[in-house]
Design a protein around this ligand. Structure first.
Ligand SMILES: Cc1ncc(C[n+]2csc(CCOP(=O)(O)OP(=O)(O)O)c2C)c(N)n1
Ligand SMILES: [Mg+2]
Length: 151
C-alpha cells in the first residue's frame, strides 16, 4: 500500500481515524495498516476504533499523547489547547477489544513492538510525550521546542 502523505492540517488530522484508517483497513484486509494519531484528534473520532474492533480489522495504532493540541500551541498557547487527560490505552477494552499498551520509556516501546509482532491483531499503543513535542515540519516560526522532556 502507498504511504499517506505525512503532514495534515488541523481539520484533516481530526478526521484521520475514520476517513483514512478505517477506509484503508477495510479495503486492504490482508495488508498491515499503521496509523500515528494525535491525542486531540483521537478524542474527536475515537468511536471509529469501536467500528474497527467490530469489523475484526487489524490496524496497528500508535496514539501520540502530547497532552493536547500542540499544533495550536505553536501558534498561540493557552489552557484551551489542553485536553482532558484520558486513559486512552484503556479504550480498546472498553470497546470490547484486546488490551491497549502504554509507553513512557524506550524499554516500554521495545516491549510494545515485541507484543505487536507476536500477539494482538488490532494493536493500540499510547505513547506519552512532552506537551511541546511535534514534528519538525510544524516548526516554521514557532517557539523553540522542548523535545524528549516527557513533561
Ligand atoms: C473540526 C475541528 N474540530 C476541532 C479542532 C481543534 N483542533 C485543533 S488542532 C486539533 C488536533 C491536533 O491535536 P493532536 O491530534 O493532539 O495533534 P498535535 O497537534 O498535538 O500533534 C484539533 C482537534 C479542529 N481543528 N477542527
Ligand atoms: Mg496532541
Amino acid at each position: 500500500m502507498r504511504r499517506q502523505r505525512e503532514n495534515y492540517t488541523g481539520e484533516e488530522k481530526v478526521r484521520i481515524l475514520r476517513r483514512h484508517l478505517l477506509g484503508a483497513a477495510m479495503a486492504a484486509k490482508n495488508r498491515r495498516v499503521i496509523l500515528f494519531i494525535g491525542d486531540g484528534s483521537f478524542q474527536l473520532t475515537c468511536q471509529a476504533l469501536s467500528t474497527m474492533i467490530r469489523n475484526g480489522l487489524t490496524p496497528k495504532i500508535f496514539l501520540i499523547n502530547n497532552q493536547g493540541y500542540t499544533m495550536e500551541r505553536l501558534t498561540h498557547d493557552g489552557s484551551y489547547n489542553d485536553v482532558q487527560p484520558w486513559k486512552n490505552f484503556a479504550l480498546p477494552v472498553i470497546f470490547g477489544g484486546a488490551e491497549g499498551m502504554e509507553v513512557r520509556t524506550e524499554g516500554d516501546l521495545e516491549r510494545a513492538f515485541e507484543k505487536i509482532e507476536t500477539v494482538s491483531p488490532l494493536s493500540f499503543t499510547e505513547i506519552h510525550l512532552g506537551k511541546w513535542e511535534h514534528c519538525q515540519s510544524l516548526q516554521g516560526d514557532a517557539p523553540s521546542t522542548e523535545c524528549g522532556t516527557g513533561e
